[in-house]
Design a protein around this ligand. Structure first.
Ligand SMILES: Cc1ncc(COP(=O)(O)O)c(C=O)c1O
Length: 367
C-alpha cells in the first residue's frame, strides 16, 4: 500500500456523536434521544425548508454548479453586519462547508511542517487534527476555570506560532472569555499571528461582557472570526459556515478553498434562515428555558456543572463517565463522555431534557 505521511498516520480519527438510527439498530430500542452533537432541537427554520421545497419544485437547477462566490448569501450577511454598524464587504467574507472547513483552510493556508498553533485543552478537537494534518505542532494550554487562559496562551506564542485558536464559548465546557481578558490578550499577540475566533455558539451567548471581535477585524488586526449556520440556525446537515477577516487574509485562503465548497441548497437555506430571525429568537429562548430547567434539576441532584454560554452543559460527575455513557445509551439517551468523569449534554426540547434527567437519576442511583 502507498505509505501515508507519518504525521497524517498519527492523527486519531474524529469520533462523531452516535446517530439515533445506529443506536436503535444496535440495541433493538425505539424512541431514543440524541443530545450529543449540539444541534438545534427545534430543527431548521420553516422558511429555509419552504425555500428548499420551492427550489426543488420550480427551479431544480441542480445540474448547474453552485454560485461559487456565494453572492446572495454574502450580500445578506453583509447587510446583517451593517445593521449592527459594521462594514463588511464581500471580499471580507468567506463561506465554508461548515465553519469546520474554514478552520481547516486557515491551517492549510498559513501553516506547514514545524509551525506551531496555540490552543486550549480541552477545546474543539478538530483544531489539533487540522494542525497535525499539515505537519504542524499544537501547543495546548490547559483551561483555567473551564475557559481559555488567555494570559498563558499569550505566553505560549513564539516565533514559530502561526495561528491561535480560541473557541468562545469553549466546546466542551461552554464557558466563555470576557471582552477585557480578550483585549489584554490581543494587546500581546504580535502582528503576523492569525487569531482564529471560533464563535460557533455566538447566537446563544448571554454574557453582556462577551467580546465584540468584529471590532478587531475593523481595526485591521489579523483575526478570522468564524460563525456557523449549524447551531442556532439549525442547518448542521447542510454544512454552511462563514468567516470574517480582512481581504488580504481571505484572498490567500480563497486560493486553498475548493471552488464550489458550499452547495446550492446550503446557500439557499442559509439565506432564508438568516432572514428568519423569529426562528432564531425561538431557538435561543428554548435553549435558555432548557438550560434553566437542567440547572435546577442538576442542583437538586447535587451534580456539579459549568454554567454555559452555549447550547450544551458540561457535567462534572463523581463516577466514571464512560460507564455513565454506556448506561444512558442502554436507556436510549445519547450524550458525550468527555473526560474521566465529565460528560457533555446538549440542551434539548423540554421532553428530551426531562428524559435525560430521569435517566441520569437512575444511573447515579445505581452507581
Ligand atoms: C467550537 C466549534 N467550532 C466549530 C464547530 C464546527 O461547526 P460546523 O462545521 O458545523 O460549522 C463546532 C461543532 O460542533 C464547534 O463546537
Amino acid at each position: 500500500m502507498i505509505t501515508p505521511l507519518e504525521y497524517v498516520s498519527a492523527i486519531k480519527p474524529y469520533v462523531p456523536g452516535k446517530p439515533v438510527a445506529e443506536l436503535e439498530r444496535e440495541l433493538g430500542i425505539k424512541g431514543s434521544v440524541k443530545l450529543a452533537s449540539n444541534e438545534n432541537p427545534l430543527g431548521p427554520s420553516r422558511k429555509a425548508l419552504e425555500a428548499l421545497k420551492k427550489f426543488m419544485d420550480t427551479e431544480y437547477d441542480l445540474h448547474r454548479y453552485p454560485e461559487g462566490g456565494g453572492y446572495y448569501l454574502k450580500n445578506a450577511l453583509s447587510g446583517k453586519f451593517a445593521e449592527r454598524g459594521a462594514k463588511v464587504g464581500h471580499d471580507e467574507i468567506i463561506l465554508g462547508n461548515g465553519s469546520n472547513e474554514l478552520l481547516d483552510i486557515a491551517v492549510r493556508t498559513f501553516m506547514g511542517p514545524g509551525d506551531e498553533a496555540v490552543m486550549a485543552r480541552p477545546s474543539f478537537i478538530v483544531y489539533s487534527m487540522a494542525v497535525q494534518s499539515v505537519g504542524g505542532s499544537s501547543i495546548e494550554v490547559p483551561l483555567t476555570d473551564f475557559r481559555h487562559d488567555l494570559a498563558k496562551m499569550a505566553d505560549a506564542v513564539t516565533k514559530k506560532t502561526k495561528l491561535v485558536f480560541i473557541a468562545n464559548p469553549n466546546n466542551p465546557t461552554g464557558a466563555g472569555n470576557k471582552g477585557d481578558e480578550f483585549r489584554q490578550f490581543m494587546s500581546r499577540v504580535p502582528d503576523g499571528v492569525l487569531v482564529v475566533l471560533d464563535e460557533a455558539y455566538y447566537e446563544y451567548v448571554k454574557d453582556p461582557e462577551y467580546p465584540d471581535t468584529i471590532q478587531y477585524f475593523m481595526d485591521g488586526r489579523d483575526v478570522l472570526v468564524l460563525r456557523t449556520f449549524s447551531k442556532a440556525y439549525g442547518l448542521a446537515g447542510l454544512r454552511v459556515g462563514y468567516g470574517i477577516a480582512k481581504k488580504e487574509i481571505l484572498s490567500e485562503m480563497n486560493k486553498v478553498r475548493a471552488p464550489f465548497n458550499t452547495n446550492t441548497l446550503a446557500q439557499l437555506a442559509a439565506l432564508s434562515a438568516l432572514n428568519d430571525q423569529e426562528h432564531l429568537r425561538r431557538s435561543v429562548e428554548v435553549n435558555e428555558q432548557g438550560k434553566q430547567f437542567l440547572y435546577k434539576q442538576l442542583d437538586s441532584l447535587s451534580i456539579r456543572y459549568v454554567p454555559t454560554e452555549a447550547n450544551f452543559i458540561y457535567l462534572l460527575l463523581d463516577i466514571d463517565a464512560r460507564a455513565v455513557n454506556e448506561a444512558l445509551l442502554r436507556m436510549g439517551v445519547i450524550i458525550r463522555p468527555m473526560g474521566p468523569k465529565e460528560i457533555r449534554v446538549t440542551i434539548g426540547l423540554p421532553e428530551e431534557n426531562k428524559r435525560f434527567i430521569e435517566a441520569l437519576k437512575t444511573v447515579v442511583r445505581n452507581a
